[in-house]
Design a protein around this ligand. Sequence first.
Ligand SMILES: [Zn+2]
Ligand SMILES: [Zn+2]
Length: 349
Amino acid sequence: MAYETTAACGYELTTSGTFKEVHLPIASPRPDDIVAAVHLVGICGSDLGVYLGRHPYKRAPAVLGHEMCGHVVAVGSGVSRVRVGDHITTSAFCPCGSCSQCSGGMVNLCAGRTNLSHEDWPGCFATHVVLREPMITVLPHDMPHEQGTLVEPLSIAWHALQRPDTRPQHVAVIGAGGIGAATVLLAHRAGATKVTAIDRGVAKERLARKLGASCFLDAGDLDDRAKYTDVNADLTVVTSGHPSCLTEALELTRPRGQVVVVSYSGSDVSIPLDGFVGNEITLLTSHLAVGSEVEEIVTMLSNGLDASRLITHRFPIHDVEAAFDLLTSPEGVSAGRVVLENRLKEDLR
Ligand SMILES: [Zn+2]
Ligand SMILES: [Zn+2]
């Protein structure tokens, strides 16, 4: 198949917080490059973080987006594992492949990794994106695009659930949107027999229960707040960056239980350390995911894991601004995952 695409159309977040259409030149692929057409791309909590100026290192102007599902239109001369026409998704970063973390199988902690939507590398809010082979996961051809966009966030939740060294029976999840919703969905697969979700409002309760939470506590309700110390979770997963989240996690977790923090908080958060020490609660952190976990998620989706319930809104990609307006509105608080759709013209396929 001849490679004819030389410019992609992208949507760049500007420093004034609006999105503008930009033309992104795409040169012939370098040896390990992959050029992919984007079908569907989800808005990640980290994209929202950049939009709100709260991301630790990504800043506007940038073309955001990494939770994509698409197909390969061109590959560089050194690419061996991925072929033109393959259906793919990607991670948000490319590991260096040579540092001690990469050699030790911890590519998620690679010190030399390069990140999409950072330092002039345009992300997936575009018709096409240039990726690199180590980032790519090839998907089964019959996997629906919606599921393809969920592989990356599900793998991040799955990684968080793998961090404890024991299988928790009762998992509490603080925050039931984004990674939190994915964690609620996957907790049973990680061995939990009971899942308690903590967030605000009836829409989040409905979503959390639909995803498998057996109990929901409303963080905005004083009566529910008083019940935190009765939860006694074996594991509490913190997916909210709220300053009080570690105090809440301490209340929710049983003595000798474990707490895993997945979320960035955007600032220094104080830890009620005496409470953690006095109850021998282990504090763990979790960052991104590794390839084997991504493959496990693809297998779960292929074997019937119904994750499409995580998606609550769908916009055409040129309405990206409306999608972010929704996410930052009062209604957006109750949204699950929001995806942007490219209607690809046949001649771009
Ligand atoms: Zn993401
Ligand atoms: Zn590395």
